[in-house]
Design a protein around this ligand. Structure first.
Ligand code: G4P
Length: 281
């Protein structure tokens, strides 16, 4: 296991992911970009604008149930201002009603559909796809959107056979597989935060280093809350292990187990509701 603090990249995978993403994007009228609401900026793809080439983009801040709602509102405003895209908040694990998203998709697609009709083409359903980094909740959102209708509408011209479209209503076809956004290569801090939320393969980092980094970053905004949660004066793996009585070989703090639990509890929302990005980003 690697003991350095870096996230390790696999350039071959990134190039392939980007190629596949571009192919799918070409087929769509509207793109839904799913972000992890705990790291709204770090889970955003910095190259998305050039990839989309002007296509309408709806930003979903998913896993909102794991964040502080008041703090999240500030991020929503910031993203709306900075990116000039509609932003909606979702909790794809628990929410049943994604009707507002469906309504927004139609609104965003309408200008293109109208332009095609003006050229004499018949009205057709808007084509939509969901993109985002691994584990942000893309599949959960697709499942929720397609739950009501499982009508497969088959492959479209120029689409590989595996690409299936699902008709969610008479006006929307959704690609049933998401576009995976490649991991960021330019920003180690963003990559570290992606590791916290399980968007990075576990092989790419050392668990203990990442757990300690999580404590360090959480401490910037939520120090007191965490110290109370773990009943420690210092937010170190060692102190937390001792406080929890996670001990090996008689008296040694079990650092490995402590790191695993901290990451798991954070990911499950059991440590509290947090946003790890800074609004000034
Ligand atoms: P992906 O396609 O982007 O890779 O993500 P996917 O939908 O597979 O979701 C990844 C994990 O995140 C799943 O948990 C899913 O249940 C959970 N998830 C998705 N949306 C939300 C949300 O809004 N809030 C919360 N709290 N969790 C969400 P898992 O542990 O892999 O599986 P399971 O919990 O469904 O068993």
């Amino acid at each position: 296991m690697k003991k350095d603090s870096h996230i390790h990249w696999y350039p071959g995978h990134i190039a392939k992911a980007e190629r596949q993403l571009k192919e799918k994007l070409n087929l769509c009228d509207v793109v839904i970009e799913v972000l992890d609401a705990r790291i709204p900026f770090s889970s955003m793809y910095n190259n998305i604008k050039s990839l989309l080439g002007g296509k309408p983009r709806l930003i979903l801040l998913n896993k909102a149930d794991l964040t502080d709602k008041q703090e999240l509102k500030l991020f929503i405003e910031k993203i709306k201002t900075d990116f000039d895209n509609p932003v909606m908040v979702t909790d794809a694990k628990n929410s049943k009603d994604l009707a507002p998203i469906v309504k927004k998709i139609l609104e965003l697609a309408e200008p293109k559909i109208q332009a095609q009709m003006a050229k004499g083409l018949l009205r057709r359903p808007a084509r939509v796809m969901v993109v985002g980094m691994p584990n942000v909740g893309k599949s959960s959102i697709i499942n929720k959107l397609t739950k009501a209708s499982k009508t497969k509408v088959g492959a479209k011209a120029g689409v590989t056979r595996q690409q299936q479209w699902v008709r969610i209503n008479k006006d929307i076809d959704l690609l049933d597989t998401p576009g995976i956004i490649p991991m960021r290569q330019d920003d180690q801090l963003a990559a570290t935060k992606l590791a916290f939320v399980n968007s990075v393969s576990e092989n790419a980092y050392d668990n203990e280093t990442i757990a300690q980094e999580l404590l360090n970053i959480l401490s910037r905004k939520y120090e007191q809350q965490l110290k109370e949660y773990y009943n420690v004066d210092n937010l170190t793996l060692e102190d937390i292990a001792k406080s929890r009585n996670w001990i090996v070989s008689g008296s040694e703090p079990d650092i490995e187990r402590t790191a695993t639990f901290i990451l798991k509890y954070f990911r499950d929302g059991k440590l509290g509701k947090f946003i790890l990005d800074e609004i000034e980003s």
